[in-house]
Write a protein that binds this ligand. Structure first.
Ligand code: ATP
Length: 452
């Protein structure tokens, strides 16, 4: 099941501590959000799942965590200074500003006037000053995508790991875009996170690898609980391709506000390494690269059979963490009718993504023995390292169940008087609401099964 509207998700996220408007107590800032106690866990779990599938479960991908502040020359060479723009129009009537390509019938969404300026390019990159003197001479950009520092680190990584093509470099981190019209909750924001893989391949094998990664990525989203029927692989039209791309497939998802991009998988050819390399003329570069007079490093690799060096092609699956989280919340959101009058809201998250893995609830909050046993169980499960386990020492059992259904906790474990007699606990399953009695000695095993 999915949410029937974005409002339902926004409301749950605020009520249960997933996502808040940033700078809320001062009126908020558009396009910025903060992840609360549940949101930070869910986000970390999603990033961890991506990292596991990219880096730990394969042997051809290395990780990186590079700086956010980027030297202007990096983004000059990448093409962002010249082309990372959206078309901006002003409404002459109400003075609001819009992205021209998102207007319906060229009218202002605010006042419905068609008295608009001609579109002009607006660069989406944020600038900041580096060092104590802010005279405009030493500025840096906040990176608009995480991958450029993957390209600038290409040689460092090859030299330190002895990797040969094909291989990849994975990175998760913040990216910043001064979007003209941020909207649709966390779908389009100005500060967000990306999970990006740059997979370097031999020219000629690029199309095959491109297809491989499109399939892999769709399967991965499915394994995070996104119904395949709500995912659509769409080939981007040639005229809409980014300057670096030979072909791009967008994985579109049916968000509550409409079908939009969740992840883009681009064949970036040899454009990026070709633009950042020293001695461009030494290589047979295919793409239309930026002339480079600043780089200190050659970014080619050896073709051992032909005894030549070449610039690898790169396939880039680039996914948004925030959009991923929105899709996952939407997929998990379920309202169930229990009997004629009652419903319950439950987040049917995959257990590995759940913010809380188990809630341990002492049935009598003022019984020392019961509380001590509950604490001991919490500590033991916590030490298994599957994620956050919580001791619920307030509220009644019904309220606790309702809260944990809504935040997607897979199991609630209740410690009661019987526990003191026979060392067994009651386990309630989130999805079936079935309760079963399990002996404390079998609990670890029982618990771990939920996450495999
Ligand atoms: P869109 O066309 O929706 O603006 P894009 O094609 O510019 O997206 P990419 O440059 O391909 O996006 O970025 C890769 C991924 O980063 C996107 O698929 C998306 O998940 C995420 N992303 C990009 N811009 C934003 C944003 N403003 N807010 C949240 N996530 C974003």
């Amino acid at each position: 099941m999915t949410a029937s509207s974005m409002e339902e998700l926004v409301s749950l996220c605020k009520r249960r501590g997933f996502i808040f408007q940033s700078n809320d107590i001062y009126g908020g800032i558009k396009g910025l959000y903060d992840y609360g106690p549940m949101g930070v866990e869910l986000k970390n779990n999603l990033k961890q799942a991506w990292w596991k599938s990219m880096v730990y479960e394969r042997d051809d991908i290395e990780g990186l965590d590079a700086s956010i502040l980027s030297a202007p020359v990096v983004l000059k060479q990448s093409g962002h200074e010249d082309t990372f723009t959206d078309p901006l129009v002003d409404c002459k009537n109400c003075k609001s500003r819009w992205r021209a390509d998102q207007l319906i019938k060229n009218t202002c969404p605010e006042c419905k006037s068609d008295n608009l300026t001609e579109p002009r390019p607006f660069n989406l990159m944020f600038k900041t000053a580096i060092g104590p003197v802010d005279d405009g001479s030493s500025f840096a950009y906040l990176r608009p995508e995480t991958c450029q520092q993957i390209f600038t680190n290409f040689k460092n990584i090859i030299d330190s790991t002895s990797r040969t093509v094909p291989f990849g470099i994975a990175q998760i981190g913040k990216a910043f875009r001064n979007e003209i019209t941020p909207r649709n909750f966390i779908f389009r924001v100005r500060e967000f996170e990306q999970m990006e893989l740059e997979f370097f391949v031999k020219p000629g094998s690029d199309e095959e690898w491109h297809k491989y990664w499109v399939d892999k990525r769709i399967d991965w989203w499915e394994s995070q609980g996104v119904n395949k029927g709500n995912l659509h692989a769409v080939e981007v039209d040639k005229i809409e391709l980014s300057h670096y791309s030979k072909a791009t497939v967008d994985i579109m998802y049916e968000f509550p506000h409409g079908k939009e991009e969740l992840e883009g998988i681009a064949n970036r050819t040899d454009f990026d390494l070709g633009s950042h390399t020293k001695n461009q003329k030494d290589f047979n570069i295919n793409s239309d690269v930026k002339k480079n007079e600043h780089s200190t490093t050659k970014l080619g690799v050896q073709n051992l059979e032909e005894k030549t060096s070449y610039i690898p092609y790169v396939i880039e699956p680039s996914a948004g963490v925030d959009r991923g989280l929105l899709a996952i919340l939407n997929e998990a959101y379920t309202v169930e009718t229990l009997d004629k009058a009652n419903t319950r809201t439950v987040l049917k998250l995959k257990p590995h993504l759940s913010p809380i893995k188990a809630a341990v609830i002492p049935l009598k909050k003022n019984n020392e023995q019961i509380v001590a046993k509950a604490k001991a169980i919490k500590n033991e499960l916590q030490n298994l390292g599957m994620g956050r386990v919580i001791l619920e020492n307030s509220g009644n059992i019904g309220k606790n169940y309702r809260r944990h259904d809504e935040i997607g906790t897979p199991i609630c474990i209740t410690v009661d008087f019987e526990t003191l007699d026979d060392d067994s606990v009651t386990i309630r399953d989130r999805d079936t609401m079935n309760q079963e009695r399990v002996s404390s000695k079998d609990l670890n095993q029982f618990y771990q099964k939920y996450f495999h």
